[in-house]
Design a protein around this ligand. Structure first.
Ligand SMILES: NC(=O)N[C@@H](CC(=O)O)C(=O)O
Ligand SMILES: [Zn+2]
Ligand SMILES: [Zn+2]
Length: 430
C-alpha cells in the first residue's frame, strides 16, 4: 500500500497556493484547505512551486558498457534529484541500443531501479555506424515501446539513410532525433569556430556544420511528411532555420540544453575540458537567440544532454578529453536563472518546455500530463528562493563533470513524486 501525501500550500505552476492530495498514484484532490485523510503524510510546501514531473528527452545513462561513468540506477537517482520522473536514455551505449534486446534491457533496469521512468532511445543505424538502418520496427514493437530514434553522439549524415529512417518511423508515429553535425566540416573540431578558437589554437567547430544538417533534415522531413526532432540546438542560425520550418507548418521540434542557455565559448580560454561539449559552447549572441527561441516556442523543449564521463576522460588536456557535461541535477536551476529570473518564461512555460512538450514528442501517455485531478501523481516541489553553490560531492551521478561546480545557482528540488511515491523528499533521495 502506498502512503497518501497531502501537499499543503504549493504554488501550482507558480500561481496561488493550493493543496494537492496524492493517493493511489494519482492526484486525487486539488483545493484550498484540504484536510489530511487518516494516515496521510503532510508536506508543507509553503513558498514552493509545484510542477508536473520533468521529462528529459536526452539523457546518457551509459549502461550497458560504461558503468564506470554512470549506471541506469545512478543516472535515474540524479534524474530524481533534478525533479525528473521520466528520461529518454540515448542509444550510444556499449553495445549500442540498436536491437529490441538492448532497449528492453535498459527499460527493465529502469523499472528495477524505480527512481524514474526510463524510455530507451533506439539507434537509427546499426552500431551508430551510419551504414545500415537498425531494427527500428522491432524496437518500436518491443516491451520498451521505442518512439524516439537517434544516433546521438554521431550525426546521421547520409541523406539517403536519414530519409529512409524518417519514412520508416511514420509507421509507428516515431520521431528521428538528429545530432546535427556535418562530419567533414568538423573533423578534429574542439570548440566553437571563431576569433577565439584561432587565438587559443583549438580547431574550430563552425556554426554552419550544425545549420547545414538541420536545414537538410527539415527539408527531408517535409518531403516525406515525417517527424524530425533536432537535438541540442546551439546557434542563432539554427534557431532561425527551425523558425522558418515551423512557419511552413513542417513537423519539426527542437531542444536547447541548459549549458547552451548559460555558458559561452569564452570558457574555453581556461583550457579546462569541463567546458568541452558537443556541440560546443557558442557566443553570447547565440545564447541570447536560444533564450529568445525557447521563450517564443521556436525551441520546444529544454533537454539536459546529461553526459557523464569518468575523471580520466576529463582530467586531461583539452584535445584528448571527452565531449560532454552533467546536466540532470542542475537543469531546473539553470532554467530558472536564464529564463525565469530574466522574465522570459513563467513557471507554466517551464512546465510546458520541461514536462508536457518533451512527453508529447516522446509519445509518452502517462507522463507530462497537467496536474489535474485524476492525473498520475508525478510532481516536483521546487524552492526558487534557495541559493546555494553547486557541490559535486552531493551529486548522485557516478561522474563529476559538472561545469557549474562552485557556481552559485538559484533554486533547489525539495521533493519529487513518481506516481505518488516520493523519490526525493526534503531534498534527499528516498
Ligand atoms: N554532448 C556531448 O558532448 N556528448 C555526448 C554525445 C552527444 O550528445 O552528442 C556523450 O555521449 O558524451
Ligand atoms: Zn549529440
Ligand atoms: Zn547527447
Amino acid at each position: 500500500m502506498t502512503t497518501t501525501y497531502l501537499i499543503k500550500d504549493a504554488a501550482l505552476l507558480g500561481g496561488d497556493p493550493v493543496d494537492l492530495l496524492l493517493a493511489d498514484g494519482v492526484v486525487s484532490e486539488i483545493g484550498a484547505g484540504l484536510t489530511a485523510p487518516e494516515g496521510a503524510e503532510v508536506v508543507d510546501a509553503t513558498g514552493l512551486v509545484a510542477l508536473p514531473g520533468l521529462v528529459d528527452l536526452h539523457t546518457h545513462l551509459r549502461e550497458p558498457g560504461r558503468e564506470d561513468a554512470e549506471t541506469v540506477e545512478s543516472g535515474t537517482r540524479a534524474a530524481a534529484r533534478g525533479g525528473f520522473t521520466a528520461v529518454h536514455a540515448m542509444a550510444n551505449t556499449e553495445p549500442v541500443a540498436d536491437t529490441a534486446g538492448v532497449v528492453e534491457q535498459v527499460w527493465r533496469l529502469g523499472r528495477e531501479a524505480g527512481y524514474c521512468d526510463v524510455h530507451p532511445v533506439g539507434a537509427v543505424t546499426v552500431g551508430l555506424q551510419g551504414q545500415q538502418l537498425a531494427e527500428l520496427g522491432a524496437m518500436a514493437d518491443s516491451a520498451a515501446r521505442v518512439r524516439v530514434f537517434s544516433d546521438d553522439g554521431k550525426c546521421v549524415s547520409d541523406a539517403v539513410l536519414m530519409r529512409r529512417a524518417l519514412e520508416y518511423v511514420k509507421a509507428f508515429d516515431g520521431v528521428v532525433a538528429q545530432h546535427a553535425q556535418e562530419p567533414r566540416l568538423t573533423e578534429g573540431a574542439q570548440m566553437n569556430e571563431g576569433e577565439l578558437s584561432g587565438r587559443l589554437g583549438l580547431a574550430g567547430w563552425p556554426a554552419v556544420a550544425e545549420e547545414a544538417v538541420i536545414a537538410r533534415d527539415c527539408l527531408l522531413a517535409a518531403h516525406v511528411g515525417s517527424r524530425l526532432h533536432v537535438c541540442h540546438v546551439s546557434t542563432a542560425g539554427s534557431v532561425e532555420i527551425v523558425r522558418q520550418a515551423k512557419e511552413k507548418g513542417w513537423n519539426v521540434t527542437a531542444e536547447a540544453c541548459p549549458h547552451h542557455l548559460l555558458l559561452t565559448d569564452e570558457l574555453a580560454a581556461t583550457y579546462d575540458p569541463i567546458y568541452k561539449v558537443n556541440p560546443p559552447l557558442r557566443t553570447q549572441a547565440d545564447v541570447e537567440a536560444l533564450r529568445a527561441g525557447l521563450a517564443d516556442g521556436t525551441i520546444d523543449i529544454v533537454a539536459t544532454d546529461h553526459a557523464p564521463h569518468p575523471h580520466e576522460d576529463k582530467d586531461c588536456e583539452w584535445a584528448a578529453a571527452a565531449f560532454g557535461m552533467l546536466g540532470l541535477e542542475t537543469a531546473l536551476s539553470v532554467v530558472q536563472a536564464t529564463m525565469v529570473d530574466t522574465g522570459l518564461l513563467d513557471w507554466a512555460g517551464v512546465a510546458e518546455r520541461m514536462s508536457h512538450a518533451p512527453a508529447r514528442i516522446g509519445r509518452l501517455s502517462d507522463q507530462g500530463l497537467p496536474l489535474e485531478v485524476g492525473a498520475p501523481a508525478n510532481v516536483v516541489l521546487y524552492d526558487p528562493s534557495h541559493r546555494g553553490t553547486v557541490d559535486p560531492s552531493e551529486s548522485a551521478s557516478l561522474s563529476r563533470n559538472s561545469p557549474y561546480v562552485g557556481m552559485e545557482l538559484p533554486g533547489r528540488v525539495v521533493a519529487t513524486f513518481l506516481r505518488g511515491r516520493p523519490t526525493v523528499l526534503d531534498g534527499k533521495l528516498q
